[in-house]
Write a protein that binds this ligand. Structure first.
Ligand SMILES: Nc1nc2c(c(=O)[nH]1)N[C@H]1C(S)=C(S)[C@@H](COP(=O)(O)OP(=O)(O)OC[C@H]3O[C@@H](n4cnc5c(=O)[nH]c(N)nc54)[C@H](O)[C@@H]3O)O[C@H]1N2
Ligand SMILES: Nc1nc2c(c(=O)[nH]1)N[C@H]1C(S)=C(S)[C@@H](COP(=O)(O)OP(=O)(O)OC[C@H]3O[C@@H](n4cnc5c(=O)[nH]c(N)nc54)[C@H](O)[C@@H]3O)O[C@H]1N2
Ligand code: SF4
Ligand SMILES: [Mo]
Length: 692
């Protein structure tokens, strides 16, 4: 009965940041086929295994289908079904009571990786409610590179893989597995086929190291040191773009004398990369024009994230690769409603001073609360009490560093509501759980606010189950119940129309078009200068003193000091089969990766008496977990690469689905946080191992 399948266009979502244009094959209200859309400008027909499995989310038997209210003890696994009006009323009453007693800031609004418009509607809800506290994992995901970019060169420099480039440095970016922020690997692979060179900076032999001209297998957590050595070589050997440096940079001489100390020989000891290889990597990047740095999460997974991002942006600048086609560019957004206006930032002008973490003096423009500060406010009522939270699209028990502390904080809250599509360890400790409609089941806009210069249409293709509401509908209804009605609509779809209005098109027209892209313009600085206080790229920050920031990028030691008790270096990376802690319950994906896999070098395995498939205990100063040993020489013998995001949906509800057994963030801590972004160490941690 092939004939009666109707193929409709949409874009992938919620399996990563999204990006691939998809064709969904429909029979009635059911998706019966899915494939990459050859017309997709980012993916040209490509779709990964997660995208192909994504319709399985909709029909899963364990999906949440009606609002639940806890009965009995927190985390006891007992629930009663309630109606939507009752659920909204209950949440509204609790949040309003907390607001009356402790003020609006005592309510936190928490979101995980932004998945679509729901993230921005949640910020609007927080702003209209009067709470400055939007909590999210941005401290370990993109905020460091975006905001450091704004301070250094006035924009967030994203790799431009849409134009031919001579060389791409994959700096801690496993793009063939993670398709970071819609930088779909297909774009890069096509360039590689056309002769683009690749340099990989990664402690693991990732798929693209096979095609790389040079692979720098660094010690996890030493990216800032390596980037400084690159600067040293480029400057000492005179490989920089002299015209650009002279006309468009501030503080070159200071940077040049500062990086003299970071010789390849000295940095080799820290990074474990041979001096000659460091020279080769730096020279290749500096002498290829244009060249792009595709940067990944590791640059923001330790306390030195600001220095790493600063050093890399300085490198892009002095090598003449900023805002040139095929380099790292300022993507121009299409003419749509700006984020601040959409989120009604005008209603909370004092937000920055009022946010929980203001006392930590994080860098200006960080507009989400790093999780560590949220938990401290709950547990210690410092700097003020936080008593209630609304969480959507997030699983903090797995996602935040120091999971035990997260558990303490979540269970101490006077009120917690969680919206998800299935029961999770985090939802298990909530008072109210709401069932979300998910991707394919409502109109949405992808890539809004991500800074890549485009937005993608994700029109609804099937109806959600009766009891499931899209997040934006829930927020629109909650908005009417806890804030002034004037900010909300009868029909939540109007929120999307608001975004598109400046462009003069409706959502229906947008969906037909598929996407909107900003104009392609490069070297904007030629007419306007850089949007920094000096109008130039600030190799040395002109406002460092005012904001108490290091003026020049620096290396002042490892993220964690070496400790002979914990002789191995632990890092983590994401699985190509899952999104963080999501979707272990999708059979098709679970079959591909049934267990949490920890990579260990065969020599190290031999030393510790470990064989393939053994249950292995990984222990840090902060806790221990069990994962399954996989012997492989893709890691250095001194490094252990564990999996992030594991819980077991098949586990008992009362055990919160075995959330402690293999959860990487049991091994992390927040006792030491980076100053600028409040970032903890997720990579480069001392550990020891033993057979279970
Ligand atoms: N399949 C899948 N795709 C995803 C996600 C997912 O969970 N699964 N998550 C999405 C999200 S939110 C994000 S932010 C992006 C992140 O995407 P990536 O930035 O690619 O993320 P990671 O897998 O954390 O790390 C990438 C690489 O860093 C290496 N690495 C580990 N430690 C270090 C180190 O100290 N230094 C360096 N230089 N490299 C190191 C790892 O070996 C790995 O190859 O991916 C998005 N896409
Ligand atoms: N150790 C370690 N920790 C990390 C990282 C790491 O690499 N290592 N990576 C960090 C990074 S980069 C990020 S971005 C964060 C990610 O942190 P989170 O975004 O909290 O990660 P997930 O575990 O994917 O949780 C997302 C939840 O959203 C649910 N969901 C899916 N679709 C919908 C929907 O339509 N509506 C609603 N309401 N819910 C939905 C999923 O079922 C899932 O439970 O984790 C960070 N934490
Ligand atoms: S790469 Fe990302 S956007 Fe593309 S199909 Fe896979 S999950 Fe979806
Ligand atoms: Mo992320």
């Amino acid at each position: 009965m092939k004939g009666d399948i109707r193929w409709v266009k949409t874009h992938c979502a919620r399996m990563d940041h999204g990006g691939c244009a998809l064709l969904a094959g429909l029979r009635g209200n059911k998706i019966v086929g899915i494939k990459g859309d050859p017309d997709g400008f980012l993916n040209k027909g490509y779709a990964c295994i997660k995208g192909l499995a994504s319709p399985d989310r909709l029909t899963h038997p364990d999906r949440l289908r009606y609002p639940l209210k806890r009965v009995g003890t927190k985390g006891g696994g007992k629930w009663k079904r309630i109606s939507w009006p009752d659920a909204i009323r209950e949440i509204a009453n609790n949040l309003n009571t907390i607001k009356e007693k402790y003020g609006a800031k005592a309510v936190a609004f928490c979101q995980g990786m932004p998945k679509g418009m729901e993230h921005f509607v949640l910020i609007r809800l927080a702003n209209t409610f009067g709470s400055p506290n939007l909590v999210g994992p941005q401290d370990v995901c993109h905020a460091p590179r975006e905001i450091t970019g704004i301070h250094t060169c006035g924009f967030y420099p994203v790799a431009d893989l849409h134009h031919p480039t001579k060389l791409v440095v994959l700096w801690g970016s496993n793009i063939t597995s993670t398709n970071e922020e819609g930088e779909i690997c297909g774009l890069l692979l096509e360039q590689v086929r056309n002769g683009t060179q690749v340099v990989v900076v990664d402690p693991r032999k990732t798929a693209l190291t096979k095609k790389a001209a040079c692979w720098l297998q660094l010690r996890p957590g030493t990216d800032n040191a390596l980037a400084l050595a690159f600067l040293n070589i480029v400057i000492e050997e005179g490989l920089y773009d002299k015209g650009f440096v002279e006309n468009w940079t501030h503080g070159f001489d200071a940077l040049a004398s500062h990086v003299k100390d970071y010789t390849p020989e000295r940095i080799a000891e820290v990074t474990w990369v041979a001096p000659e290889l460091i020279r080769e990597g730096a020279r290749s990047y500096a002498t290829s024009h244009p060249a792009a740095i595709q940067w990944g999460n590791p640059i923001e997974h330790n306390v030195h994230t600001f220095d790493t991002a600063r050093a890399l942006i300085c490198l892009m600048a002095i090598c003449g690769n900023l805002d040139v086609p095929g380099g790292n560019i300022q993507a121009n957004e299409p003419d749509i409603l700006g984020l601040g206006k959409f989120a009604r930032a005008d209603l909370l002008p004092s937000k920055r001073k009022e946010m929980i973490h203001a006392y930590h003096h994080t860098i200006p423009r960080l507009m989400t609360v790093p999780p560590a500060f949220f938990r401290k406010a709950v547990l210690e009522e410092f700097p003020y009490p936080v008593k209630g939270a609304y969480m959507q699209c997030t699983n903090p028990l797995l996602a935040y560093a120091d999971s035990h502390q997260t558990y303490e904080a979540l269970t101490k809250l006077e009120f917690l509501a969680v919206t998800d599509i299935c029961m999770t360890p985090t939802a298990s400790v909530a008072d109210i759980v709401l069932p979300a409609a998910t991707h394919f089941e409502f109109n949405d806009i992808g890539h809004y606010g991500l800074g890549h210069g485009y937005i993608l249409a994700r029109p609804k293709v099937v109806d959600p189950p009766d009891g499931c509401w899209p997040d934006i509908k829930i927020l629109n209804e909650l908005g009417k119940a806890i804030t002034s009605r004037e900010y909300w609509y009868d029909d939540y779809n109007q929120l999307l129309e608001e975004v598109l209005q400046p462009h003069g098109i409706s959502y229906t027209e947008f969906a037909e078009q598929g996407y909107l892209r900003g104009p392609e313009r490069f070297k904007k600085y030629l007419s306007n200068g850089f949007r920094t206080p000096t109008g130039k790229v600030e190799l040395k920050l002109s406002q460092a003193e005012k904001f108490n920031l290091p003026p020049l990028p620096q290396f002042d030691g490892l993220p964690e000091e070496d400790d002979p008790e914990y002789p191995l270096v632990l890092t983590c990376s994401k699985s190509k089969y899952y999104l963080h802690s999501s979707y272990r319950w999708i059979k098709r994906l679970r079959e591909k990766r049934p267990d949490p896999k920890v990579e260990i070098h065969p020599d190290t395995a031999l030393k510790y008496g470990m064989t393939e498939g053994d249950a292995m205990i990984i222990e840090t100063r902060y806790g221990e977990i069990t994962q399954i040993a996989h012997l492989t020489d893709i890691v250095d013998p001194r490094v252990i690469n564990a999996s992030h995001g594991w819980w077991f949906p098949e586990g008992k509800a009362e055990s919160l689905y075995e959330w402690e057994k293999s959860n990487f963030n049991i091994l992390t801590a927040t006792e030491k946080l980076g100053k600028e972004f409040g970032t903890p160490n997720l990579k480069g941690i001392g550990c020891k191992i033993r057979r279970k």
